[in-house]
Design a protein around this ligand. Structure first.
Ligand code: ZN
Length: 461
């Protein structure tokens, strides 16, 4: 009985862990590395295991850094079963399709560049739309929160609501091999408690071993009410100054939460009813549709809105711009627009166009509402660099920059510690965090052996 680590090792992205038990190999997540070119290359490296030898993938949630290498896994020979919640299955479909499209675009771009340099070699995308479609064939049983699922003899998995995004789960594995019995809890990404949309994270009662995320393991978030007030102030301030407001969004959850709070703001008179909001992300538009199909994943008050036929994600001046031509037309709007576009870390997507058109303007604002990994464009701007490069052009950073952390879909240090205290594990493996953050978090853990595994490291359970 072993556990091994194949991603999100002393870094936030690329989650991929493996359990070997009773003759079966089970992956927990198979996510993509994000941020910077070196990380792009890491995605195409060998997994550190034979994909064809994997029997199952248990997927904690549909974020790219957790499901983004699934199509590559299938391309390289995986023929087992992928198990996740119904909502995660629906969301991961659009996430993988979107990622495949980006990979294809990028390969075409590099191939053209090679040709301009007089080289003829084609560039193969990491995976194609066809690979992503093939991957959908391997999604098997759907997991229900709180109901143990018999995966294989000696292996059962219970998905517990992680409160991070729609459909997200922590996974408790109960493993038996011969006389040996172990329980292992994977946190997945943990959300924060007390939000209006999603349920609070549900910790397992106990586990011998814990594998947990540490994204915000060294800091505390400002409270949600304060963050909502901050958001309203930032938007009002920018609108008064006559510029546009760019909000780089994560298509899943953050977008829908922001729409929810903006709608509340308008209803409460905190935001102008005339405010024009552009949701300029095909993926976020599709995700918002999916969110409407799972009203019972939400807290009662929000579910009640859905059941009453209200759409809590709709506001008076909301425009969905799915087509490229519609997106480009937003460039002609000089002021008064709130533009939400992906990607959240500004590593790709339409937000880069909007940043190019607005970042150099003193009267515009950029509001960051989520985590930005090291090396990403978002992180550079947050860290205060005077100039950035976008599409080969140097752009001055003159817009007003806000970072509002209270909307984070991740638990902060104290919430992570509370989750851990509840479980009382003998051993704790820290993943999904920058190394310095992990070190800081580890210093707060009591009565447990703490490990910070490196890539492809194997431990006996
Ligand atoms: Zn996540």
């Amino acid at each position: 009985m072993n556990i091994s680590f194949h991603g999100a090792d002393r870094g936030v992205t690329g989650s991929c862990h493996m359990i070997s038990c009773a003759g079966k190999n089970i992956l927990i997540d198979c996510g993509m590395y994000q941020g910077g070119h070196e990380l792009d290359e890491e995605n195409s490296e060998p997994f550190g295991f034979d994909p064809a030898a994997m029997d199952y993938v248990l997927l904690t949630h549909a974020h790219l850094d957790h499901c983004g290498r699934l199509p590559l896994l299938v391309k390289r020979g995986f023929r087992g079963e992928i198990i996740t919640t119904a909502a995660s299955r629906a969301l991961s479909r659009i996430v993988m399709m979107d990622a495949a499209g980006l990979q294809e675009d990028e390969a075409r771009y590099h191939a053209r560049k090679n040709k301009r340099h007089g080289e003829q070699n084609d560039v193969e995308p990491l995976y194609t739309t066809l690979d992503a479609l093939n991957t959908l064939e391997y999604f098997g049983r759907s997991a229900k929160y709180g109901t143990p699922l018999a995966i294989a003899p000696g292996i059962s998995a219970t998905f517990l609501d992680a409160g991070h995004i729609l459909g997200s789960a922590s996974i408790l594995l109960e493993l038996t091999e011969g006389k040996k019995h172990r329980t292992v809890a994977f946190s997945g990404d943990l959300g924060n408690a007390g939000r209006k949309l999603l349920h609070d994270p549900v910790p397992p009662l106990h586990a011998d071993v814990v594998v947990m995320e540490t994204t915000y393991g060294d800091r505390l978030h400002r409270s949600l009410p304060e963050s909502i007030t901050e958001l309203y102030q930032a938007i009002n301030d920018a609108l008064q100054r006559g510029g546009n407001v760019i909000i780089p969004t994560f298509a899943l959850e953050r977008t829908q939460e922001l729409l929810f709070y903006m709608r509340e703001g308008i209803e409460q008179g905190e935001l102008p009813r005339s405010m024009q909001v552009f949701l300029d992300s095909p993926m976020a538009i599709s995700a918002t549709e999916i969110f409407k199909h799972y009203p019972d994943c939400y807290k009662k008050t929000t579910a009640a809105l859905f059941h009453a036929g209200d759409d809590p994600f709709n506001l008076p001046g909301l425009h969905f711009t799915r087509e490229t031509a519609q997106s480009m037309a937003i460039n002609n709007v000089n002021g008064g627009a709130v533009i939400m576009a992906g990607s959240g870390m500004c590593t790709g997507g339409r937000v880069r166009h909007h940043l190019k058109h607005n970042l150099w303007r003193k009267d515009s604002s950029v509001i960051f509402v989520g985590f930005a990994a090291e090396g990403t464009l978002a992180r550079l701007i947050i860290d205060g660099v005077p100039k950035v490069r976008i599409f080969g052009e140097e752009i001055a950073v003159k817009a007003k920059i806000y970072t509002i952390n209270g909307f984070s879909a991740h638990a902060d240090r104290d919430e992570l510690l509370a989750w851990h205290r509840h479980i009382k594990p003998e051993r704790t493996f820290l993943v999904h965090g920058e190394e310095a953050v992990m070190q800081s978090f580890a210093s707060h853990l009591k009565n447990t052996e703490v490990y910070m595994p490196i890539r492809n490291q194997v431990f006996a359970l």
